[in-house]
Ligand binder design. Structure first.
Ligand code: HEM
Length: 590
């Protein structure tokens, strides 16, 4: 009896081993050929990502790139990841219509976005991409510029309010609210007035779900559903999803009713409205309501997925770009001066001149500055594809099931791709010497190929608009103590996350407290500041004072901006693949 049981057990064990071998042999074999850091049995390289904050995650990857090169494999338990920072390999994947399936990381967005444009694949993605592309036509963009213009006026008022308080604050949360206002009005045609009512249920829900997505992306403990479902994040997610989906659904219903009413209007009514100058702005949602796929209209769920996708992709990315751009302008007064002069030449110095798309397209130098900012701080620092069948790219076999993670963050800092990558030099993108043109796949903050960013023209116009407005009102200044040595500032120990929480969530928590509460949360010496100097004479083309003149003034209007978030990420900006010295210093700081 005992022997029979032992034999049965051995057979089950053998069957299991064969099953596991059949499931993983292919990936193990080709994964080993790609090469990567040594891992442990069963967990692989998961320890590299345990309780990791975003900066620590990036430092770990950067260290591995040094050791293993621009393309290497990692095992996260049973998951095979292939990290790619090689432009040729990235080109092989991004340019091909075969590799459009998204990697496992996108599952963290699915509870909110469902199968929208960012997360879907196959036939659904193809047909939706086709119908959504025309919504970014320049004629439609033109009407969105009105929204940017109005919302950036509100943004300027928020900055002015901070100037009056004189309290330290982080620019990032204010930019988030501005970007949310813009995308909500453009995508749904409704005003949430996030900049004024930042504590509204919908605004808070967007912030919370974005935070949960980030936590799941960076921290291996929140990555797997089995662990995530046991955590408080899961309950929090269920709660905010009700708010998010509820809001989008109600807007869809109301816009449907409006559309029916509008269609019932007689030609006479329409002519009268046209005479009175009543022009209804068409939101992205309206276009979806009127479109058809394979001869049928989109369902409410399909529309909701696309609108929510825009809400996410259209605010998180531009927020990061605008925040880092403001930070860089403050650090490079000569660049800021050139941007300002261009704005005055194209739009004029008057603060309330309405901006048009044609004017924004004329801001060529500002465009170079945006591109340079995205080289160093790509809003989407990595994105992934799932390989469905074994395939060969640039001499390597990528096994079926592998998640390929392409990292523009490191490509933008690679000295083989960009000369002196650590230098902020917008001119490198000038047409004659354009870094983009030498090999377009070295510079991919908007991705490339069939699944590139559909909203990049919208984003560029939005960023240019808000910067042109801010610089007509304020000068961004870096205070004297803010020199190169400050670059090495690490995260003060007491701001490190307790186990189980990522630093990112902590930063978000701090950022969402009132500015006044911030002052006590960190050591004075570790605070970096950007000041805004308000221009006094808007009606004349103002001669911008240089820094020493400003310092000489008795009471300039200044807003000390606490760049907690920038500080966190500035640490990453030092991850220059070229500079072993910088790396050693960072390691020592840790
Ligand atoms: C600085 C701003 C932005 C950056 C850097 C950026 C970057 C990207 C990147 C890298 C992707 C590819 C992601 C992937 O392959 O998984 C992407 C896709 C996408 N982006 Fe953007 N984005 C920006 C702004 C926007 C805006 C403003 C919108 C909408 C108004 C938008 C809508 C989308 C959508 C819908 C996709 C999915 C496209 C598809 O898969 O067919 N993005 N974006």
């Amino acid at each position: 009896m005992a022997i029979a049981a032992l034999v049965a057990l051995a057979l089950v064990g053998l069957a299991l081993a064969v099953l596991l071998y059949r499931k993983f042999a292919n990936a193990l074999y080709y994964g080993a050929k790609i090469g990567g850091p040594r891992g442990y049995p069963l967990i692989g390289n998961a320890l590299l990502f345990l309780y990791k904050s975003p900066p620590d995650f990036f430092l770990a990857i950067e260290k591995t790139i040094r050791e293993a090169g621009r393309c290497f494999r990692l095992w996260l338990g049973p998951e095979l990841l292939v990290i790619v920072t090689d432009a040729k390999v990235a080109e092989g994947i991004l340019s091909s219509p075969k590799y459009i399936e998204k990697s496992g990381e996108y599952d963290f967005m699915r509870p909110w976005l469902g199968e929208g444009l960012l997360t879907s694949s196959g036939r659904k993605w193809h047909s939706h991409r086709k119908i959504i592309t025309p919504t970014f036509h320049f004629k439609i963009l033109e009407q969105f510029v009105e929204i940017f213009d109005h919302q950036s006026d509100v943004f300027v008022e928020q900055l002015r309010a901070q100037a009056a308080s004189g309290q330290a604050f982080d620019v990032f949360p204010l930019v988030t609210l501005y970007a949310l206002d813009v995308i909500c009005e453009s995508a749904m045609g409704t005003k949430i007035n996030a900049q004024i009512h930042s504590d509204s249920e919908y605004v808070k829900a967007v912030k919370e779900i974005t935070c949960i997505i980030h936590i799941r992306t960076y921290d291996v403990m929140a990555r797997y559903n089995s662990l995530f479902n046991l955590s408080p994040y899961r309950r929090q997610q269920d709660k905010v999803l009700k708010v998010l989906h509820g809001y989008t659904n109600s807007v869809i219903q109301s816009r449907r009713r409006d559309l029916v009413e509008n269609n019932q209007k007689s030609q006479q009514d329409r002519d009268r409205e046209a005479e009175l100058g009543i022009r209804r702005k068409v939101a992205f949602l309206d276009m979806l309501l009127q479109t058809t796929v394979d001869g049928r209209p989109l369902t409410d769920v399909e529309i909701r997925e696309e609108v929510d996708t825009f809400m996410f992709e259209g605010h998180d990315t531009t927020t990061s770009a605008i925040s880092f751009l403001m930070y860089r302008l403050a650090r490079h007064p000569e660049v800021q001066r050139k941007v300002y002069e261009e704005i005055v030449a194209v739009i004029g110095a008057e603060r309330d001149t309405p901006v048009t798309l044609a004017m924004l397209n004329e801001l060529h130098y500002l465009e170079l500055v945006v591109k340079e900012t995205l080289r160093l701080y790509p809003s989407v620092p990595f994105y992934g594809r799932k390989i469905l069948e074994n395939c060969e790219i640039e001499g390597r076999t990528f096994p079926a099931g592998a998640n390929v993670i392409i990292m523009p963050f490191f490509m933008g800092r690679d000295s083989e791709y960009f000369e002196d990558p650590q230098e902020f030099r917008p001119e490198r993108f000038a047409v004659e010497t354009s870094a983009e043109k030498t090999n377009p796949y070295r510079y991919i903050p908007f991705s490339a190929g069939p699944r590139n960013c559909i909203g990049q023209k919208f984003a560029m116009a939005e960023i240019k608009n808000v910067i042109s407005k801010v610089l007509r009102h304020f000068e961004l200044l870096a205070p004297d103590h803010f020199g190169p040595s400050c670059d090495m500032i690490g995260i003060p120990f007491h701001l490190r996350p307790p186990p189980g929480r990522t630093l990112h969530s902590l930063v978000r928590t701090i950022a969402s407290t009132k500015p006044a509460d911030l002052s006590g949360t960190q050591d004075k010496n570790t605070r970096q500041k950007i000041n805004f100097h308000e221009l006094k004479h808007p009606s004349k083309v103002p001669q911008r004072p240089n820094k020493s003149t400003i310092d000489g003034q008795s009471t300039p209007t200044r807003i000390p901006v606490d760049t907690q978030t920038v500080q966190l990420l500035e640490r990453l900006s030092l991850v220059d693949l070229d500079s072993a010295e910088a790396h050693r210093t960072l390691e020592a700081k840790k």
